[in-house]
Design a protein around this ligand. Structure first.
Ligand SMILES: NC(=O)c1ccc[n+]([C@@H]2O[C@H](COP(=O)([O-])OP(=O)(O)OC[C@H]3O[C@@H](n4cnc5c(N)ncnc54)[C@H](O)[C@@H]3O)[C@@H](O)[C@H]2O)c1
Ligand SMILES: O=P(O)(O)OC[C@H](O)CO
Length: 375
């Protein structure tokens, strides 16, 4: 395996050491804690599992995730109780690496401990849609912490398998916030020669791209699991991109965001690698396993499975043509056989290739209005 040796770049870290609390000690939380610890920041990582906390502090290893990796000695694990007010108020950065379905409860528990007069930089890396409410993370933040906090929240997304990042394999990500200065701060915190950050101002598009690519990765995995080969996967990725851009535009996001790292970059990655959990779910479904068995044995979250539910509601409400996402929903939740789903997808009449819906802003406009009017 090619091994490049990158040095931590202090030139792009003009700011002093930051104190960072990472919430969530799974694959991605641990990986990002390591990245920041290696860049010489003081890092705390919260796990709700006491065994993980003790093991991490004793051995600098995570017993549940990235088991072979020796983590930076600049990380201290805390938990299992939610971190206390003193620790929270000492932090410059709170980094949330918790699956989307658990975020609302964690934010609600943390909010009273955060000093409103000295807001830390809040960074979110989850990629999903909340089941039941169809809320994006921006909306969950607004609901639990208010509009001011949501307006300054920053989101990171893009092609980023945790197990490659801990080995310093080069990648690039998108960093977006409604507040440009916060996106710049987050980018400066994370940017390293092996981890390039590109900033942008469309957090809604970035969030949708990250959440939706997980659903299309399930589709690509299914196709491979059924035994279809390269042409099929390439056409699925391309039509998936077209579909997610159509949904995003109808939602009120910028279509350009879907051409970036959070869109096509991450879509391509997860649709073409067995390292992706979402691809793996699809592959195993294609091989005939039940969803229940797959989830029980996966050992880690595949956000596309729950996101498919919220996405189905969004598609129906917006009236967007989304045959792939609809097909995945039917296979996951309506008992449709995978082969039947493929048959239906391919038997549709021919249509125009590239059309974007007219949008007057869709749900994004309502969400942004809500953020502007709430404190
Ligand atoms: N793994 C990656 O390569 C990667 C890359 C980019 C983004 N992400 C995103 O980051 C998020 C986290 O993914 P992951 O790979 O770390 O998942 P994971 O399954 O590896 O770990 C999830 C962690 O969150 C904790 N957790 C789950 N529900 C919780 C709750 N309700 N409250 C508190 N903690 C809870 C679990 O105990 C576990 O420690 C997901 O949204 C994922 O899509 C992952
Ligand atoms: O393993 P997956 O499918 O959750 O993908 C992980 C990341 O989102 C890749 O960027």
């Amino acid at each position: 395996m090619l091994h490049l040796s990158f040095k931590v770049s202090t030139a792009i870290h003009p700011s002093a050491k930051s104190r960072v609390l990472v919430l969530g000690a799974g694959n991605f939380g641990s990986c990002l804690a390591d990245h920041l610890g290696d860049s010489d920041h003081d890092v705390y990582i919260w796990s709700r599992d006491e065994t993980v906390v003790q093991y991490f502090n004793l051995h600098h290893r995570n017993p549940g995730y990235l088991k072979d990796h020796l983590f930076s000695s600049n990380i201290q694990a805390v938990g299992p109780d939610i971190p206390d007010r003193n620790l929270i108020q000492e932090m410059d950065v709170l980094l949330f690496a918790i699956p989307t379905q658990g975020l609302r409860d964690t934010l609600s528990a943390l909010r009273p401990k955060i000093d409103s007069h000295k807001l830390p930089l809040l960074i979110f890396v989850n990629k999903g849609i909340e089941t039941g409410t169809q809320a994006l993370t921006l909306e969950i933040i607004a609901d639990t912490c208010g509009g001011e906090v949501a307006r300054s929240a920053t989101f990171i997304s893009g092609p980023s398998f945790a197990k490659e990042i801990v080995r310093r394999q080069p990648t690039s990500v998108s960093v977006a916030s409604l507040c440009e200065a916060q996106a710049k701060k987050a980018s400066e915190l994370f940017h390293q020669p092996w981890f390039r950050c590109y900033t942008g101002g469309d957090p809604i598009g970035l969030e949708l791209a990250g959440a939706l690519k997980n659903v299309y990765a399930i589709a690509a995995g299914m196709s491979d699991g059924l035994g279809f080969e390269n042409n099929t996967r390439a056409s699925l990725i391309t039509r998936g991109l077209s579909e997610m851009t159509r949904i995003g535009t109808a939602y009120g996001a910028s279509p350009l965001t879907f051409l970036g790292l959070a869109g096509v970059g991450d879509l391509f990655l997860t649709c073409s690698s067995s390292s992706s959990r979402n691809y793996t779910v699809g592959y195993r479904l294609g091989k005939g396993e039940s969803l229940e068995t797959i989830i029980k044995t996966l050992g880690s979250v595949a956000e596309g499975v729950t996101t498919a539910k919220g996405l189905k509601k969004i598609i129906d409400e917006l009236g967007v043509d989304a045959p792939i996402a609809n097909g995945i929903y039917q296979v996951l939740y309506e008992g449709k056989r995978v082969q039947e789903g493929v048959q239906e997808l391919m038997s549709r009449p021919p249509s125009r290739e590239l059309d974007l819906p007219e949008t007057t802003g869709g749900p994004a406009q309502r969400l942004l209005g809500k953020l502007r009017s709430s404190k």
